[in-house]
Design a protein around this ligand. Sequence first.
Ligand code: S3P
Length: 425
Amino acid sequence: MECINRITKIKGCITVPGDKSISHRAVMLAGISKGKSVITGFLRGEDCLSTIACCRKLGVDIWEDQGSVIVQGRGLYGLTEPEDVLNAGNSGSTMRMMSGILAGQDFVSVVSGDASLRSRPMARIVKPLREMGAAIDGRKNAGLAPLVIRGGSLKGISYSMPVSSAQVKSAVLLAGLYAQGETSVIEDTVSRDHTERMLAYFGANVDVRGTKATVKPSELYGVEVEVPGDISSAAFFLAAAAVIPGSELTIKNVGINPTRTGIIDILLNMGADLTLDHIRTAGGEAVADISVRGRKLHGTEISGEMIPRLIDEIPVIAAIAAAAEGKTTITGAAELKVKESNRIAAMVAELKKLGVAIAELEDGMEIIGPNRIAGGVVESYDDHRIAMAMAVCGLMAEGTVEINRTECVAISFPGFFELLAGVSV
Ligand code: S3P
């Protein structure tokens, strides 16, 4: 439980923990590479630790040295049959992307996770992986984990994705490393492309043209990966500083991959005073320092192709939209219902408890601002991003916001509350 009180402003210069998506991919690709990889800036959040634990159970040696994570890769065909269930914990990325690798292995693996993960849809990866030749079983015809995967002897496919999902795209591309012929994934709306970038960085034969990514069976080689700060973690601080007048905040070394920067575009649309400096590239990914100065914001509309570019930031956008002037409408975001919690229902219910004018839509929400945000007791739904979004509400509220079950923030952002206290004035 955490209690958050109103602050006058946010002030400071900080860094945030490493990018969750990139950290998962770095360990997985390093594990199936030839030679050693050195990963700096790795996120030591529970989700990425689940990925490390799964890779270790598959025979990969992983250790720490002077703050870096070192992975001794076993090559594409060097993984060994796990003796026990692979536990992905709360992490959809671990379960879905790992399943792509497991589909290529000539052995049996069982993948499971916590109650939230066991309720999340898996048919979306099972369908294409079965088409490629993997034998997969599980509850509800493998619609739900635990999944039992007997892999090997895959053939390449061309797969048009019905929903925009980087996890599904990644699972298919990773399986494609093991498939005969080439494997393509075609998306309607482009989702985050870290896997494509990182495959190329590890030396794989990968080709991206518009909304189509193609991979051919290829050996990967160990590399040094520098993981930038996670823009999805930075988002809580950027959003709070943008909406609280008088704030001045710089976050150094944040990943600004264009498939992830919807939050920057939306803050600017809402009238935020935000700048990017020192733009550079690290490990095939764009990185920058982001500065924001707080002022009054106004409502906005978010829909369509923008959604995948800020899908994880919608809870915090809803939080600051409560304080912004006018209407904010978010549509086309039905995927939020199958995240770590139903994030539409969760944000609507909890913001209502604080007196915010918010309505649930079938595929999003509508918020009318500005609201006087009241204090109150709210729930996290054991969802890290709901807990942190509610903390941002607390910074603006007239009374104390008491958030129950906040341990979940360690999934993606260990040290979140301490960092927040450190920049709160
Ligand atoms: C992720 C992709 C997104 C995102 C998740 C991480 C990834 O999910 O919500 O937090 O690392 O590929 P989908 O791919 O299901 O949209």
